[in-house]
Design a protein around this ligand. Structure first.
Ligand code: HEC
Length: 171
């Protein structure tokens, strides 16, 4: 996998960028805790590069956020975390400058390496669940029809009380 250098801010002489991406991913996904105790981003956000199920859905998917906001936008977004839904959580628990850079590196990397938002696995699981429901509905419907038919046949038999009909009926 080729990696384009992040940006000047996210690079530091002592820290190669891939390590920053990795740290950013761990912070984003909650494998590493934020220094000031802010909640992991994955609780509300998804990013295409993370393993299934890709995270929460309360906040927008951040896979392409670096494209949308630009690296500068990401930098200031992570500094302030001013989005209405996030302010109460991060106002007293900001990310340290290092953490901001690591998460920015991860988000920058995410847009470069992102699979499509609906991955084949997700599509396959969706299709399988759909088919299962169709199958269940079909079986339930078939059973009910058969029950209705059996009852009709029984009623007819009782009403006619004629052995001829019973002979003609395969049951
Ligand atoms: C409590 C849920 C929650 C958590 C946790 C959370 N966010 Fe958010 N975030 C949101 C919501 C909801 C929005 C949409 C804007 C709004 O309503 O505030 C958002 C918006 C954003 C945006 C702007 C996206 C856009 O397309 O404009 C960025 C960037 C972002 N969050 C990054 C993060 C990062 C990085 C973290 C982890 C440090 C994080 N968020 C943690 C809920 C959350």
């Amino acid at each position: 996998m080729t990696f384009a250098p992040v940006n000047v801010h996210a690079q530091s002489a002592s820290l190669p960028a891939p390590a920053a991406i990795q740290r950013g991913e761990r912070l984003f996904s909650g494998q590493t805790s934020f220094t000031y105790g802010g909640p992991a981003c994955i609780g509300c956000h998804s990013v295409g590069g993370l393993s299934f199920p890709n995270g929460g859905t309360l906040g927008p998917d951040l896979t392409q956020v670096a494209v949308r906001m630009g690296d500068e936008g990401i930098q200031s977004a992570l500094k302030t975390l001013y989005f209405p839904a996030m302010v109460p959580l991060y106002k007293t628990r900001p990310l340290t400058p290092d953490e901001q850079q690591d998460v920015a590196a991860f988000l920058h990397h995410a847009q470069a390496s992102a699979p499509p938002a609906v991955t084949p696995q997700v599509a396959a699981i969706g299709a399988a669940i759909f088919l299962l429901f169709v199958l269940i509905a079909w079986r339930a419907g078939r059973g009910r029809l058969r029950g209705v038919r059996r009852r009709l046949v029984e009623t007819a038999r009782a009403a006619a009380a004629a052995p001829k009909i019973a002979e003609g009926d395969p049951r």
